[in-house]
Design a protein around this ligand. Structure first.
Ligand SMILES: [Zn+2]
Length: 318
C-alpha cells in the first residue's frame, strides 16, 4: 500500500515554489479491477471523507484482488476550510470537470482526476452529503446509463451499497461538469452517494458509508465477503426525471418547511413558507410541490434566497 501526496503546484506571495499536498492512497494486489474512491469532492461533506480514512487505516492489502485508488480529500483546500468550494479560487470541484491542467487549483485537480485517475479505473465511487445548505435522506444514485450492460452494473453497485434508497437520475441541463459526467466520458462505471448534511457529521452515516463501500468492493470481487461488518438494507428504488422534482425559493426570507425528510407528498401540496422579516405585515409566500413523491432532501439553513433549492423529491422508479 502506497500513500503520499499529489503535489498541486501553487505559487503564492507566501510560498513561491509551493505545492498543495492532496493525500492519496493506492493499494493493489492480485488481478482485478481498479476502483477510484473519492471523498471531499465537496469540502463540507464529511461522512465519506471519514469512511475512506477508516477504510485505508484498516485495509489489509494482501487480501485485495485489484487496485484501490483512494482520494479522501479530493478538493483538499475546500476540505481544510470545511467549505463546499475552494477558498483559493472559489472552485466547486464537482462543477469543474473536465478541468484544465494549466488552470486554477480546482481546475487542475479536476483535470488530474479525469485525465489520469479515471483513465486508470473501471469503477468510481463518489461520496457526498448534503453539505452546509442541504440535508439528504441517505441514498445512492447515478445518472441513468444508456447502455443496458452499464445500467445493470450501476444498479448492482447501488444495491450492494445498501443505503435505504437508490435511484437513476437525469441531471438538469445534462450537466457535463460533474465527476459523474467525467466518469461517463471516460467509460467508467460510477455511483454517487449522498449521506445526511447540514454541515455536520453523523456517526450512523459514517458507519453506513464504510459498510457500503466494503459491500461494493466485495461485490466487485476486490475484497473478500468477510470484510463487510453490516448487511445491506433493502434498497427502495426511485427516479429523478427533471425540474418538477425540485422546489425553489422565489424570494428572500425565512424558510419554514412544512414537511419532513422521507415524507410522501402530493402534487400541489404546500411545501413550505417564506416569511419576509423586513415587511412582517405581508402574507408569507407559500411554495408547493409540482409532483407527487418522497422528500429526498431539504434546504438546511433557515434563511433562503431567491433561486435556492428548498426541496428535491423523488419520482417512482420506471
Ligand atoms: Zn456534494
Amino acid at each position: 500500500m502506497n500513500h503520499g501526496f499529489l503535489k498541486l503546484p501553487h505559487s503564492t506571495h507566501e510560498s513561491a515554489y509551493g505545492w498543495i499536498p492532496i493525500p492519496i492512497v493506492v493499494a493493489a494486489h492480485g488481478n482485478g479491477p481498479t476502483v477510484l474512491l473519492v471523498g471531499g469532492n465537496h469540502g463540507d461533506e464529511y461522512e465519506g471523507q471519514i469512511a475512506l480514512m477508516r477504510l485505508v487505516r484498516s485495509l489489509d492489502p494482501s487480501r485485495l484482488k485489484g487496485r484501490l485508488i483512494v482520494l479522501p480529500a479530493a478538493n483538499f483546500p475546500a476540505v481544510m476550510a470545511g467549505r463546499r468550494a475552494s477558498p483559493i479560487d472559489g472552485g466547486n470541484l464537482n462543477r469543474a470537470f473536465p478541468g484544465n491542467e494549466n488552470g486554477t487549483p480546482t481546475e487542475m485537480i479536476a483535470d488530474y482526476i479525469e485525465s489520469v485517475l479515471l483513465r486508470r479505473s473501471q469503477v468510481c465511487l463518489d461520496l457526498h452529503s448534503g453539505g452546509s445548505s442541504l440535508e439528504y435522506v441517505a441514498h445512492a444514485h447515478a445518472r441513468r446509463p444508456s447502455d443496458p450492460d452499464r445500467r445493470a452494473r450501476t444498479l448492482a453497485l447501488i444495491k450492494a451499497f445498501g443505503a435505504p434508497y437508490g435511484g437513476l437520475v437525469r441531471p438538469l441541463q445534462g450537466e457535463p461538469r460533474t465527476l459523474s459526467a467525467a466518469a461517463e466520458r471516460q467509460g467508467v462505471d460510477y455511483m454517487n452517494v449522498e449521506l445526511g448534511g447540514g454541515g455536520t457529521v453523523s456517526h450512523d452515516l459514517v458507519c453506513l458509508a464504510e459498510a457500503g463501500i466494503r459491500r461494493v468492493l466485495a461485490q466487485l470481487g476486490i475484497l473478500p465477503d468477510d470484510n463487510v461488518n453490516m448487511p445491506a438494507l433493502e434498497v427502495w428504488p426511485f427516479a429523478i426525471e427533471g425540474a418538477a422534482n425540485y422546489v425553489y425559493c422565489l424570494e428572500d426570507g425565512l424558510f419554514e418547511p412544512f414537511v419532513r425528510l422521507q415524507q410522501t407528498v402530493e402534487a400541489g401540496q404546500p411545501a413550505g413558507a417564506i416569511h419576509s422579516p423586513g415587511t412582517p405585515w405581508r402574507d408569507e409566500t407559500v411554495v408547493t410541490f409540482e409532483r407527487a413523491g418522497m422528500v429526498l432532501c431539504r434546504r438546511f439553513p433557515g434563511w433562503a434566497h431567491r433561486g435556492d433549492c428548498l426541496f428535491q423529491i423523488t419520482s417512482a422508479a420506471p
